[in-house]
Design a protein around this ligand. Sequence first.
Ligand code: ZN
Ligand code: ZN
Length: 323
Amino acid sequence: MNYFFVFQNETYKWEHRGGYLWAPQYGRIGQRVSHYETMKSVKQGDIIIHSLKKKIVAISRAKKDVYAAKKPVEIKNPWQDQGWRVDVDYITFAKTIETSDYKDELLRLRPKTNAPFNRKGHGNPGYLFLANKEMYDFLLHKILGVQTDDSEKQKIINLLNLCNDLGQEQIDLQIQMDFEEVKATQLTQQQLARHAKHSRPPKTQKTESTVYYRSPYIRELVKTFAEGKCQLCKLNAPFYDKDHKPYLEEHHIKYLSDGGSDTMDNVVAICPNCHRKIHILEDEEDRMILFQKAEENQKRYERLLRYAEGIEESSCGAMTERI
Ligand SMILES: [Zn+2]
Ligand SMILES: [Zn+2]
């Protein structure tokens, strides 16, 4: 199965309505054009990512191999009547994302040749380009993250499952983490504490699994506890992230891969420098300091949780009294 990326702009309306992709066989002066030539390699079952005005608006799958076809009457292409056509099923999204928000990632993920984005991360002028599974997965996860409607989410999850070699459990876990990730960054400290209490992997995790569940609630909460300072060297975070929060990394003192738990008493927030150091040196003294920190985090978390749950209860109580 191959992946493609199409820029449709003015023709999207017609191509979407008609369920196809169409491109002329040659350019204006009869020359070969690489972004039209790409059409010739589309086969049944291939996946196409659709971009309209810098937004990812749909995903489609080729219903059969590409074939030579005359220009559909509704397409106002001025110079060529002979073209290539691929019949596809479009799947559109209720909410979408702008590719310009992910320039760096798309640059990193783009294929080596015939890529839809140039070295500056801008879309290349043209019609059909090559994509790959990594780009597809990345974009769909981001699109999944902005959906609010459950049926929309399910639709995208199905699209993600379409072509994954990870087991079903692994996919579910990855998706759960993607969901929570977006949510966690928008919660208050008290809300995080309440979520952290309940968040755990959906099922008992098998030891051979390659994806380890990490609660984003715990991670975000520990970061708020760190108050912008590394919990090992105590220095200020080296920079602010895109959300203007001090940049710290989460570290599991006993590694998850060694059976460490994703719980407050095993997680600290540290600067990237210390994080590297710990993984390279595995210094016992550092470990002790971090365990102490984690213990403080745990205590603070318990206090916060009692407070948060207290508020919740008293507000429930107030409600029932009124009734
Ligand atoms: Zn540090
Ligand atoms: Zn770590």
